[in-house]
Ligand binder design. Structure first.
Ligand code: PXP
Length: 398
């Protein structure tokens, strides 16, 4: 096995690190039973990886590793190139509290597996299979406990997509007609691959009505998620209809859409009571909250099973710097929430352009998306709009 190491835009690693890397990669080849092949490893800076990611994958952000296998079917000794962004890897290792070398090695293994035909962006099981192989190599070659823990927590199925159909009802209510019907929308969204249907029964009933909730509950084959404010009559209604999940949200009559996460500071007892009551009827409860440790700690006191992290600040960020800092905030909050034992969901303001980076956060199990999907449906149909979003979510996991 031959391994060529190149550098672009960054300083070379010390000779000792290069030697160690080559030795560990040779071990990986042996374990994978690969003989007489050649691999090129190129270490680059953030600028270089951003350019490659943009040029070859149309993704306008730096990533940690890219792999360029030689074309399939060519039985050549050269397997291809693995490009690793060292600055990005350092940033991530620091963010996740990992030692740099074993994390870098895990990225090398990730790229190598790509060269061997693994692709976590294809199908439902391939991300899992690829990760299993990465974990296996790390366990045998460099069993760093923190990196292994980190990899193991990424052993997940792809995130789910719950589609919010409120805005189909918004169009209906604009003319007070009986169409378009959010009930029809729910069925089409399921046909497009939605894993759940979300409706927000607002206190002013400006879009979704009780009738919609009841019919959707009857008709869908996935799960119904009812968003609502903490209100005695709404709790009574939820207990009667029994959705799979209730998401508690704050609500202000004059707002255009939900504006922020629920403020729990002085409301823990009130929320706890609502959670208990809904749980007693077999309904899971999610709290829509801002991606902050303080909010998560308070949420834990309420007994809710799920938290939905508010992605609105990330979605609304106009400057790149702000967008990246909001993304980091979401990553940290997702990890913190998972460690507290929550099932982690996220949503608000997510669209076809901004879903990629958040959908890559491994702890997030489900996204709740409405406005962008219903908007796209005007042009491509709802089934197609849901399918496209689902594909982006599947693809983002790496
Ligand atoms: N999650 C919650 C709690 C919401 O209130 C909303 C808006 O109804 C969404 C997700 C979906 O947001 P959007 O329509 O911007 O995708």
């Amino acid at each position: 096995m031959k391994i060529y190491i190149n550098y672009q835009g960054i300083n070379k690693f010390p000779a000792e690190i290069e030697r160690q890397l080559k030795k560990h990669l040779q071990n990986a080849f042996k374990l994978l039973n690969i003989k007489k092949k050649i691999v090129s490893l190129t270490f680059v800076g953030n600028e270089e990886i951003l350019e490659l990611n943009q040029r070859y994958l149309s993704r306008p952000y730096p990533t940690n590793v890219l792999a360029f296998p030689v074309e399939e079917g060519q039985n050549m000794p050269f397997l291809g190139d693995v490009v690793i962004a060292v600055e990005k890897a350092e940033e991530e290792a620091c963010l996740y509290g990992l030692n740099f070398y074993p994390y870098l090695l895990s990225l090398c293994f990730h790229g190598l597996l790509h060269l061997l035909g693994h692709d976590h962006e294809k199908g439902v099981y391939s991300p899992w299979l690829m990760l299993r192989n990465e974990i296996n190599l790390m366990e045998k070659i460099y069993p760093d406990p923190e990196v292994l823990k980190f990899l193991r927590r990424r052993e997940y199925m792809p995130a789910k997509l719950a589609v919010n159909v409120d805005h189909v009802a918004t169009v209906r209510e604009a003319r007070k007609t009986y169409y378009p019907d959010p009930v029809h929308a729910a069925v089409l969204a399921e046909l497009g691959g939605a894993d759940g249907i979300v409706v927000h029964l607002r206190l002013d009933r400006r879009h979704i009505k009780e009738r919609d909730v009841r019919l959707i509950r009857e008709i869908i084959k996935t799960k119904l998620i009812l968003e609502m404010a903490i209100d005695k009559d709404l709790i009574k209604f939820a207990k009667e209809v029994k959705p799979y999940q209730v998401t508690l949200v704050p609500e202000r009559p004059e707002e255009i859409t939900t504006e922020g996460g629920i403020e729990l500071e002085d409301r823990v007892e009130e929320v706890k009571k609502a959670v208990k009551e809904l749980n007693k009827s077999g309904i899971k409860v999610s709290l829509f909250i801002n991606p902050d440790e303080k909010a998560l700690e308070l949420a834990k006191k309420t007994g809710a099973q799920i938290v939905e992290l508010h992605t609105g600040m990330y979605a609304d960020a106009e400057e790149e710097e702000k967008r990246l800092s909001e993304l980091t905030r979401l990553e940290n909050a997702a990890r913190f929430a998972k460690d507290l034992g929550f099932i982690v969901h996220a949503g608000h303001g997510l669209n076809y352009e901004n879903i990629g980076p958040v959908a890559a956060i491994p702890e997030i199990e489900e996204f709740s998306i409405g406005h962008s999907i219903v908007s796209r449906a005007i042009f491509v149909g709802l089934k197609e709009a849901v399918k496209e979003m689902k594909e982006l979510i599947l693809r983002a996991r790496s």
